[in-house]
Ligand binder design. Sequence first.
Ligand SMILES: *[C@@H]1O[C@H](CO)[C@@H](O)[C@H](O)[C@H]1NC(C)=O
Ligand SMILES: *[C@@H]1O[C@H](CO)[C@@H](O)[C@H](O)[C@H]1NC(C)=O
Ligand SMILES: *[C@@H]1O[C@H](CO)[C@@H](O)[C@H](O)[C@H]1NC(C)=O
Ligand SMILES: *[C@@H]1O[C@H](CO)[C@@H](O)[C@H](O)[C@H]1NC(C)=O
Ligand SMILES: *[C@@H]1O[C@H](CO)[C@@H](O)[C@H](O)[C@H]1NC(C)=O
Length: 492
Amino acid sequence: MRGFNRGGPKFLIVTALLIVLSIEQKVSSARQGRQFQRQQDSNTPMSLLREDGDGEFTGQRIPRVVREVYQAKFTALNAARDNTVFNVLDYGAKGDGATDDTKAFEAAWIDTCKVEASTMMIPSGSVFLVKPISFSGPNCQPNIVFQVDGKIIAPTNAKAWGSGLLQWLEFKKLKGITVRGKGIIDGQGSVWWKKSPTYELTEDNKLTSNSTKLASDNSSLPDSVSTEAVRKLPHTKPTALRFYGSSGVTVTGITIQNSQQTHLKFDDCTVVQVFGITVSSPGDSPNTDGIHLQNSQNVLIHNSNLACGDDCISIQTGCSSIFIRDVICGPGHGISIGSLGKDNTRACVSNITVRDVKMHDTLNGVRIKTWQGGSGSVQGVMFANIQVSEVERPIIIDQFYCDGKKCSNHTSAVGISAVSFQNITGTYTKSPVHFACSDTMPCTGVTLTSIELTAKQEIEPFCWQTYGKLETETIPPVNCLKAGNKPNYDQC
Ligand SMILES: *[C@@H]1O[C@H](CO)[C@@H](O)[C@H](O)[C@H]1NC(C)=O
Ligand SMILES: *[C@@H]1O[C@H](CO)[C@@H](O)[C@H](O)[C@H]1NC(C)=O
Ligand SMILES: *[C@@H]1O[C@H](CO)[C@@H](O)[C@H](O)[C@H]1NC(C)=O
Ligand SMILES: *[C@@H]1O[C@H](CO)[C@@H](O)[C@H](O)[C@H]1NC(C)=O
Ligand SMILES: *[C@@H]1O[C@H](CO)[C@@H](O)[C@H](O)[C@H]1NC(C)=O
């Protein structure tokens, strides 16, 4: 353990992270070379929990609640091995990719909902056209499996979307819901991407490089999309797959592609595991986040491949105990906490671990972004073992986030403290390290360890009002951190 011997609760988090890192570094160097293989093999939810369950998991222990929920869930599913299966084909679904199969899905769900640990089957070999639908729970039995082996596609005609919906496929107020299989959920979003009035305005897109061109050059839009059809679509773009108010959620195996907007979203959920999934959309599809987390706790995301047109993973207010590991990101905008504190709101985010991530062809690497005028805090963040390749800005903290419109200056800010960046290596194109912190609420406890970022044309690291320290030498040298720690404010 080096540094942070000044005591105080906020430093304990950093202390814990450092201890764990040193343990994990020993373990991983002992396993040298075999690490990636091992992680590929550990692709079952229980093996992941067993492996790390009694030790430290990415800087914090896997909370007991996660293990308990999963143990209960898998016990239930095992008990129901010859469980009841409700196949949508038995409810009149055609699966021809053209007939509207929504009613069959609704009918199958009504029966599935009544039987604990039963399976609703979307079989392989068929393509199901399904309109916006909610698999809604409060009165459903727990531990239902939604088995997607076929393909589910979204309608592209404006009529199906009314005046605008937040999501296409929704799972709501369920306990122990699992969505799994080798199938595909396809938002057929290209018609929506063309209609993106806010797109050109965002800060991210002003930074867009040649490798992620603006959608306005029509590059991923089919010629068949008529301007008229696009004009009729509502302004609000749906998330393809959204979970709301649920606990013990698992999403595994499936591919989610070409979402209208965010691919997979968790809102107000606890104990979530996502693994072995693929997100796939073009790098120039606007606002197509991979996974979006909001007001959710105890979330594990691992062994997944995320390619999209916005953040691969975005962590919003109300999130804590989030573990992300073994993720491949790109194209996309990287992995972000925020943006937080928009319109003077209060935001609280804590205990976030992002590690063993490969990023290629992304705008940013790992980033925390907050608006001026917010309140609350981001505390206890570890970004470790991040490999970047030709990433514009691998390391960013920005307390002046602005979406390109006029943003007025405020003194208050979402405070940022105890953030460590460890073993972040590779190549960048625009800026290796960019820390822009608030004058009134500087960032504190920012640590850099084993940073090695190179570029054809080197750029100086930038820090503004950033307190912290280097645990090792860095490439390039970072000489702009302020020594010491400002006391922190507004604990959440
Ligand atoms: C970006 O594209 C423009 C025009 O297509 C080209 O002139 C320029 O060299 C490109 N820049 C990079 C960095 O590739
Ligand atoms: C994009 O599409 C519009 C309308 O379909 C067309 O007029 C324009 O030339 C296209 N732009 C490019 C760069 O292909
Ligand atoms: C964050 O982690 C710290 C240290 O492990 C713990 O004391 C705290 O309760 C956690 N906070 C939340 C909101 O889970
Ligand atoms: C640093 O991260 C890379 C992946 O980006 C990993 O292969 C390597 O083992 C890590 N090094 C240490 C010392 O943890
Ligand atoms: C906000 O503050 C910055 C830096 O002091 C200044 O350059 C900018 O003009 C200010 N913006 C507004 C809208 O007052």
